[in-house]
Design a protein around this ligand. Sequence first.
Ligand code: SF4
Length: 158
Amino acid sequence: MSDLPIDSKQQWYSGGLRFTCTSCGNCCTGPPGAVWVTIEETKAMASKLGVQADVFLRTHVRRIGSRLSLTEQLTEYGHDCVFLDRQSIPGKAICGVYEARPVQCRTWPFWPENLLDRQASDQARHDTPCPGMGHGRHHSAEQILVQLTRSIQSEDSA
Ligand code: SF4
């Protein structure tokens, strides 16, 4: 895997990490933030919802600097992603465009800032807070690096 950005021998997570999403929604709310999207991703989400791409852009996307982000809505929980669905499954918060969700969401929690070292990972688990981190499915170091690479490439292209 020579095209990956980190030397595998130096990984603190060489034994892999556990993560399974519990659909708590915590990573999709909280203080004001951004869900970075590319134009291609907005087209995929528009298609999933059955709306025109330009309508989707006008309705659900905002520009922050030179990048595009999904909009948020203020709820009792915080600034929810506009597609966070707290109604369909009692006690759960699910993604309303799950199959077409952006790479930023697909690659959580294997983001570069969370994988710097064990302390950064623990801090992310605490700050979000994400009950899925450290539990559930085992992801090998190689699988994590694939997600990390996708996350970095997505940040570069958004
Ligand atoms: S915070 Fe973690 S467990 Fe909760 S929805 Fe997000 S990824 Fe899933």
